[in-house]
Design a protein. Structure first.
Length: 216
């Protein structure tokens, strides 16, 4: 049966998080299709992985037999995260936009799993694995909007997940999530509600289709 690697990075609980509510919908639909499957779950906000250190970084370019004890310990943590990615048949990532970019906890996970010669480079070890990214944001950064040039989440993750790691990247984008809380955005509430409903429907549909495809 298929294995889903599910990462959340929002600092808010599911009840208050646009990205978590959508990843939760995706995961539930996935589990309905795969009751015998496996889910590897990491809440990067509640249980962050170590940010990359000099020992962890340098160990990736050194012969393991020559690692110092500090390098060996730091590299073992990187390998554990990499193996989770390599075992996954599909990946689900909650990536809310914070200050025009991704949460630092998600960046830390990426810094750990990107290892040239293994997960990145000519033959990435997880190449072709489908990854669904829920890229929520408080406003709108879609093409044609005033803040289009500030969109660094989809652009960055397309480059890192798609180009560097060779994953098959797909996005679900709930936007205008600050509309219910910001009086200046009150007139945008109907657009937010439509975006949220569309994202939830997409999550359920894409999870079901992906699970069926992997089971075939």
């Amino acid at each position: 049966m298929a294995t889903l690697l599910h990462l959340d990075s929002s600092v808010s609980p599911t009840s208050a998080s646009a990205s978590r509510s959508v990843t939760d919908t995706f995961r539930k639909a996935w589990e309905e299709q795969h009751p015998e499957g496996t889910v590897i779950y990491r809440d990067l906000s509640a249980d962050p992985v170590p940010h990359i250190t000099a020992d962890a970084h340098s160990a990736g370019f050194a012969d393991p037999a020559a690692h110092t004890p500090e390098q060996a310990a730091a590299f073992a943590e990187r390998v554990r995260l990499i193996e989770e990615l390599e075992r996954a048949d599909a990946v689900l990532i909650g990536a809310p936009m914070y200050n025009f970019s991704i949460p630092s906890t998600l960046k830390a996970w990426l810094d750990n799993v990107i290892l040239f010669g293994r997960t990145a480079g000519e033959n990435p070890s997880a190449k072709g694995t489908p990854v669904t990214v829920v890229a929520s944001r408080g406003g709108s950064y879609a093409p044609g909007t005033p803040r289009e040039s500030f969109e660094y989440v989809q652009n960055y993750l397309t480059a890192v997940l798609g180009d560097a790691l060779g994953l098959d990247v797909d996005f679900i984008v709930p936007e205008l999530t600050m509309a219910p809380y910001n009086p200046a955005m009150a007139e945008l509430v109907p657009l937010f509600e439509a975006s949220r409903e569309r994202a939830l429907q997409e999550a359920a549909a894409k999870a079901k289709a992906l699970a069926e495809r992997l089971a075939a």
